[in-house]
Design a protein around this ligand. Structure first.
Ligand code: E4P
Length: 217
């Protein structure tokens, strides 16, 4: 299972990268705005800065909602760095743009996916990644993890290559449940990754080991 971090915060990306377990980064316009990154040049530079920290794929989202605009933006993003993945919204023109980029061998991530049918369309269009938003489904009393299971089932039926990127992951149990269900990738905040480290028995056990060592040394 690949671990992506869902942030545009360079310090948090560095921290996850330094742990040696980071496989990539996802961003979106809201995350960029949260870091105060505005203006086309600053946004493009920020994507390059992220690529220079992490070794894996970095999803950069287009703003356009029409096919021509998505192609224009996506091509400019793809030229920035070979780690860039073009993130496209799950709308008709997004699917068309996904097919366009797939045919050119450019990696894509179809985002804002909330149903198995949408995920099926993304796979048909050759998406590298499909991003079902599990946290946002949970927010409206709908089982986000069930969507991961449904997509896994459908993709396995037809051996689709599209990787299931469980998005809108909010906490450690989402990560563990997505791993059980066979999601290929998860993307979440740094806390959903570092939270996996924690267990009181680990802390107590380590304290005892060190105390015993210090008695005789
Ligand atoms: C996915 O790529 C999105 O950036 C993200 O996971 C959305 O998460 P949120 O629902 O916590 O905003």
């Amino acid at each position: 299972m690949k671990f992506f971090i869902d942030t545009a915060n360079l310090e948090q990306i560095k921290e996850a990268q330094d742990m040696g377990i980071l496989d990539g980064v996802t961003t979106n316009p809201s995350l960029m705005a949260k870091e105060g990154i505005t203006g086309t040049n600053n946004i493009l530079k920020h994507y390059v800065d992220i690529c220079n920290i992490v070794e894996g794929d970095v999803s950069a989202e287009v703003i356009s909602t029409d096919f021509e605009g998505m192609v224009r933006e996506g091509e400019a993003l793809a030229e920035l760095h070979d780690q860039i993945v073009i993130k496209l919204p799950m709308i008709k023109d997004g699917i068309k743009a996904c097919k366009y980029f797939s045919d050119k061998g450019i990696k894509t991530n179809v985002t804002l996916v909330f149903s198995p049918g949408q995920a099926l369309l993304a796979a048909k269009a050759g998406a590298t990644y499909v991003s079902p938003f599990i946290g946002r489904l949970d927010d409206i009393s709908t089982d986000g993890l069930n969507l991961i299971a449904e997509i896994r089932h459908i993709y396995d039926n037809y051996a689709f290559d599209t990787q299931i990127l469980a998005a809108s992951v909010r906490h450690t149990m989402h990560v563990i449940d997505c791993a059980k269900l066979g999601a290929d990738v998860m993307t979440g905040p740094l806390s959903s990754i570092t939270g996996l480290l924690k267990h009181p028995l680990t802390d107590a056990g380590l304290a005892k080991f060190l105390a015993d060592y210090n008695k005789g040394n």
